[in-house]
Design a protein around this ligand. Structure first.
Ligand SMILES: C[S@@+](CC[C@H](N)C(=O)[O-])C[C@H]1O[C@@H](n2cnc3c(N)ncnc32)[C@H](O)[C@@H]1O
Length: 268
C-alpha cells in the first residue's frame, strides 16, 4: 500500500508484519468460524480483499482444496509473497485497489474483506463492487472495526499506566479521524449490505478484552505511529516509551476496538 492512498498504517513498515500476526491471532479463529458456518468447502471460489498477511488466504486454500480458487488481492502484496510459489495450489495473488479497480472476477461463492473498508474514502462504492462480484446465492462477509463503540484502550482505568494508554489511544483515534476514517463504521455494515442488495443479513461483534496478542497489536501500532503521535503533540517520546514498557509486562489489560462481522447473501 502506498502512502498516497492516505492509509495510515503503511504495510511497508516492519511493524506491519507484527500487526498482521497479532490480527491473525486475535481474529482468525472468529473469522474462520463464521466462514465455515456459511458452508465454506472444497471447490469454492473465493476473493479475499485487502488480505494484508497470508493467514486467512492460507486457511481458505486449505478449505477449498485443489478444485477451488482463492484470489488474494491487496494494494500492497509485500507480505503475501510466500503465497505466490508453485506449491500454493488454488491461490493467486494480485495487486488490486478495491476502491478504484474493477473487480478481478465475478461469480465468487465468497467475497471476504476484513479491516479494509473503514480506511477507504468511498467505502459504499467498494462495497457495491464486492457485492456485485458474488454469485447469486453466494456470500459477502465484511468485517470492520467500530472504535467509537468502545473507544478505550483500558476500559478498567485503574491507575496512571491505564490512563496513559487511554490518552495515547485517543491520539491514535484522532490520527485516524484526520485521515477520514469513520470511527463508527462497523455498526453501519448491516444497512450497507442491505443497501448493496444482499439478503439474509446478520452481524455479530468480537471484542477481546485482554490477551498477549492485544498487547502486541497495541505495541506494534504505537511503534508504527510514534513519529506522528509525537509530531501531532498527542504524546511525548517519554510517554510512548513508558507505555511500551507497560505493554511488555502482563499487568496491563489492553483491548482492541470491537470488530463487527457482517454477512449477507446475493439473491438468486
Ligand atoms: C488493517 S490491514 C488488514 C489486513 C487483513 N485483512 C487482516 O484483517 O488482517 C488493511 C489492509 O488493507 C489493504 N488496503 C488498504 N486500502 C486498500 C485498497 N484500496 N485496496 C485493497 N487493499 C487495501 C492494506 O494494504 C492492508 O493490507
Amino acid at each position: 500500500m502506498t502512502s498516497e492512498t492516505g492509509y495510515l498504517l503503511d504495510n511497508r513498515q516492519r511493524e506491519a508484519g507484527r500487526r498482521f500476526d497479532a490480527l491473525a491471532e486475535l481474529f482468525d479463529p472468529w473469522t474462520l468460524d463464521h466462514l465455515d458456518q456459511l458452508g465454506l468447502a472444497a471447490g469454492w471460489r473465493c476473493w479475499e480483499v485487502g488480505a494484508g498477511g497470508p493467514s486467512v488466504p492460507t486457511a481458505l486454500a486449505e478449505r477449498v482444496g485443489p478444485t477451488g480458487q482463492v484470489l488474494v488481492t491487496d494494494i500492497d502484496t509485500a507480505w503475501l509473497t510466500e503465497l505466490s510459489g508453485p506449491a500454493t495450489g488454488p491461490v493467486e495473488v494480485r495487486r488490486h485497489d478495491v476502491a478504484r479497480d474493477e473487480p478481478p472476477g465475478d461469480g465468487f461463492d465468497l467475497v471476504h474483506v476484513r479491516l479494509v473498508l473503514v480506511h477507504l474514502p468511498d467505502r459504499a462504492e467498494a462495497l457495491r463492487r464486492m457485492a456485485g462480484a458474488v454469485r447469486p446465492g453466494g456470500w459477502l462477509v465484511v468485517e470492520d472495526a467500530d472504535p467509537a463503540l468502545q473507544p478505550l484502550a483500558c476500559p478498567d482505568e485503574r491507575g496512571p499506566a491505564e490512563e496513559l494508554a487511554n490518552r495515547i489511544r485517543r491520539g491514535f483515534r484522532a490520527l485516524l479521524a484526520e485521515r477520514g476514517v469513520d470511527l463508527a463504521f462497523g455498526r453501519t455494515l448491516p444497512a450497507q449490505l442491505r443497501g448493496a442488495g444482499l439478503h439474509d443479513v446478520r452481524a455479530e461483534g468480537c471484542f477481546p478484552l485482554t490477551s498477549p496478542a492485544c498487547r502486541e497489536l497495541e505495541a506494534a501500532t504505537v511503534r508504527q505511529l510514534r513519529g506522528r503521535l509525537v509530531a501531532g503533540g498527542l504524546a511525548t517520546e517519554r510517554e510512548i516509551e513508558r507505555h511500551l514498557d507497560h505493554l511488555r509486562g502482563e499487568g496491563m489489560d489492553v483491548t482492541t476496538a470491537p470488530l463487527i462481522t457482517c454477512w449477507g447473501r446475493r439473491p438468486h
